[in-house]
Design a protein around this ligand. Structure first.
Ligand code: GRF
Length: 232
């Protein structure tokens, strides 16, 4: 009896293995950096196994290398078509051993075949309060519409562009005199908080993909968790 009890308790105390991440970028990679730092600091029980860019010019690759992360560039332009590029991208992701694919400023529309392959294990971050303002130039569109607030969303990726189940959003107020640049800067600050947060939820088992949708803390997530701006 005693031996069994000891074995059980030591099992319960064994920390689970870090969640392996493949982070896919096209640009500067500030979200990738925030995620990698959160992992390295132990705030998120995950590890960036590989940072993959779709273009040589992605500045985030040098940033990842400076952190000692493994990197790869799969230049989309050098492939004859999208299926060939996506096959190479999937090969790179799978070779990394990652369990979760993190799109972080990846500027390409993925095919339904690709999104189905990573169903429930691929995240994206989009700079709007989805479902509002799917697509590009969200800050400019928010300003043109005269909206009082704006925000950013982390969601699971499905075949519909910026359309997968919403997980966590952060809202900010649009202030008089705001420009696309000032909005972008404040949105990015929030991005660097909420993206590691969602990965932490998954790494700690709080958030799962089950029965075709997200479940948080044992309940189907019907609408995203909303993080309001702290009063300043
Ligand atoms: C972010 O604003 C994100 O919302 C969008 O692309 C941008 C990437 O920024 N999908 P970075 O490369 O992580 O700095």
């Amino acid at each position: 009896m005693c031996a069994v009890a000891t074995a059980t308790s030591s099992l319960a105390e064994t920390p689970s293995a870090p969640l392996g991440l493949a982070v896919i970028i096209s640009g500067r990679g500030s979200n990738m950096l925030a995620i990698a730092r959160a992992c390295q600091a132990g705030a998120v029980n995950a590890r960036v196994l590989r940072v993959i860019a779709d273009r040589d010019s992605a500045a985030g690759i040098a940033v990842a290398q400076s952190l000692g992360l493994e990197t790869a560039v799969i230049p989309a332009r050098s492939f004859p078509d999208k299926p060939a590029f996506e096959t190479a991208l999937a090969r790179e992701i799978d070779a990394s051993g990652a369990s979760l694919v993190v799109l972080a400023g990846f500027m390409r529309i993925l095919s339904p075949e690709f999104t189905a392959r990573y169903e429930g294990r691929m995240l994206n971050i989009h700079p709007s309060l989805l479902p509002a303002y799917k697509g590009l130039h969200t800050h400019e569109r928010v300003l043109a519409a005269g909206d009082a607030s704006h925000g950013v969303t982390v969601h699971f990726v499905t075949a519909e562009l910026d359309g997968g189940p919403l997980l966590l959003q952060a809202r900010i107020a649009v202030k008089p005199g705001d420009t696309a640049e000032t909005l972008s800067a404040r949105i990015q600050q929030r991005e660097h908080i909420i993206y590691p947060q969602v990965i932490h939820w998954i790494a700690s088992g709080r958030l799962r993909w089950q029965d075709g949708g997200p479940w948080l803390d044992g309940k189907a997530l019907q609408q995203p968790v909303l993080l309001e701006e702290e009063a300043s």
